[in-house]
Write a protein of this length. Sequence first.
Length: 282
Amino acid sequence: MLVHRPGSARRALSALIGILAALLAMTIALPGAAFAAQGRGDKAIPHPEDDWAGSQILKHEGGSTAGEAPTGLLATVEGVDVSSHQGNVNWATLWSSGVRFAYVKATEGTSYTNPNFAQQYNGSYNVGMIRGAYHFALPNNSTGAAQANYFVDHGGGWTKDGKTLPGALDMEYNPYGASCYGLSASAMVNWIKSFNSTYKARTGRDPVIYTSTSWWKSCTGNSAAFGGVNPLWIPRYGSSVGELPAGWGFHTIWQYTSSGPTVGDHNKFNGAMDRLQALANG
């Protein structure tokens, strides 16, 4: 005959609650668990506001940051690139100083969007600039396809309005660990191909690739697979562009300083205004 013992039931319930609490604590302690809801499983991104096009280039490669525009070039158009690091940007001042195009950070990984994106992306457009968006890649966090889709879904799309540049893929040193994100050269090339093909399928355009020659050599094995398709946006803070990554016979955009007027990162488009408009129109 079974005898009901209320004290035993309470002890059993208390033990069960204790086990559940321990399991919950273990889950919270897992790396990146707190980011899972907002990033659909994306690994933790501790400081995305500090990651912008070139943020790791000066740290790893150095170079002059005098902020002076290079001289003796062919016809070029002045541009800037911005992120949440700059906050709200004075676009009227930049326009008055001769800036005619801008790239704006939209996303990083699959969990971060630039909180200043609307002011920066629409503000540059509203003063008359041709503008585009860029994605800071984290190849160890999720697939190239996943990051391309996240980018397009959060400001990185393209429309043939004559004022929108194709999205740019920012491939540079890992701000959170190993420079090449723990990927082999072949795995990195495949990651970029995945991003490229997904972006092209979503927008009809091949993305611009932002990268330095040193990083490209180290992390892709100096792959020549992209030079015939993707426009090159190269950072080098000095008097010339210098050596280009394999596959590219010329650069499209040169980020020549990280300490320019109004906002730090200034660029030169390698051609006249009508060629910049052609890039926008596809």
